[in-house]
Design a protein around this ligand. Structure first.
Ligand code: PBG
Length: 327
């Protein structure tokens, strides 16, 4: 056959395939989400997220050490408080659960990069991400609280804050309060493009943050929309966001690619609890090969354009990179 162009030529051996890879990954891009719970001696497995745990602050350092040994140097903390109220006061309390976690983590591991999820749903008695007026989340009133939460996390040692509430104007409100308190250098990673998704189900189980009534569709995005994603991202850029996140990841690769192309900031994606749970469940039944699925899923996010990847599989992915299986 007279065929000059043969795509298979570049696939003839492992060495060559690796040489011509289009997607490169690095462990420094991985962020591991963790649940920290009020109490002592707690290390309880989350039923809907096998292999993931809720840790009390005293047990947390062992988990962090393991994580760092795997080569993952960034974490995101979610707090599970003992008491909840209508305005989520545990979220900005000086001795709140997540504030205690930041203090302990930074004291024991100063080089660990600690990120705070800024939201209210784990701390409010009604489980919504803001202050209610009737059954509607009052946007502007919520902004003051979110800014306070972010400031308290930074004062406790957070290196970066990541608002996940989806209120309008929250990046600007947080930036403002951090700046007037002297934290001009603390970056904001905005969950700018966060869809109202069933993939958060296991997380809400893990954090006890399911809304007591209704849903989050009046603040999180409708998954039919992609132009709106750019509108959200651009607004957050204007308000001073440093990193733009898309969430979930697996079923939103088109959105990740769009943000990457159009927004001149690092792009992050959060592979959420439901993505983790589905892979774990299918693998435990023997329906799919767990390691292979983790690798393929992670690479798909990087191929779509992520610079930062938040995932419960962070230590496993770091291991597969070490083995040269991906990356
Ligand atoms: C808080 C928050 C949620 C997640 C991250 N931050 C839950 C939600 O919006 O209901 C989900 C993360 C996951 O599913 O892994 N608002």
């Amino acid at each position: 056959m007279d065929m000059k162009i043969r795509p298979r030529r570049l696939r003839t051996g492992a060495h060559l395939r690796k040489m011509v890879r289009e997607t490169r990954m690095d462990k420094s891009s991985l962020i591991y989400p963790m649940f920290i719970k009020e109490g002592t001696g707690i290390e309880e497995e989350i039923p809907t997220m096998p292999g993931q745990y809720r840790y009390s602050v005293d047990r947390m350092p062992f988990a962090l050490e393991k994580l760092m040994n795997a080569g993952v140097g960034s974490v995101m903390f979610f707090g599970i408080p003992e008491h909840k109220d209508t305005c989520g006061s545990g979220a900005y309390a000086e001795d709140g659960i997540v504030q205690k976690a930041f203090r302990e983590a930074k004291q024991q591991f100063p080089e660990l990069y600690c990120i705070g999820d800024v939201c209210m749903c784990e701390y409010t008695s009604h489980g919504h991400c803001g202050i209610l007026k009737g059954e509607y989340v009052n946007n502007d009133k919520t902004l003051d609280y979110l800014a306070r939460i972010a400031l308290s996390q930074v004062q406790a040692g957070a290196d970066m804050v990541a608002p996940s509430d989806m209120m309008d104007g929250r990046v600007g409100a947080i930036r403002n309060l951090l700046d007037v308190n002297g934290y001009q250098e603390t970056p904001i990673m905005s969950y700018a493009v966060k869809y109202a998704s069933a993939f958060y189900g296991p997380f809400r189980d893990a954090a006890g943050s399911a809304p007591a009534f209704g849903d989050r569709k009046s603040y999180q995005m409708d998954y039919h929309n992609s132009r709106e994603a750019m509108k959200e991202a651009l607004l957050d850029v204007e308000e001073g966001a440093d990193i733009i996140m898309v969430k979930p990841a697996m079923t939103y690769l088109d959105i990740i690619a769009g943000v990457k192309e159009r927004i001149q900031l690092p792009t992050a994606a959060y592979s959420v609890s439901g993505e983790y749970a589905m892979i774990k469940a299918a693998a435990s039944l023997g329906y799919v090969d767990e390691a292979a699925i983790i690798c393929e899923t992670a690479v798909s996010a990087y191929r779509a354009g992520v610079d930062l990847y938040l995932t419960y599989f962070a230590p496993e992915i770091a291991g597969f990179m070490d083995e040269g299986r991906i990356g």
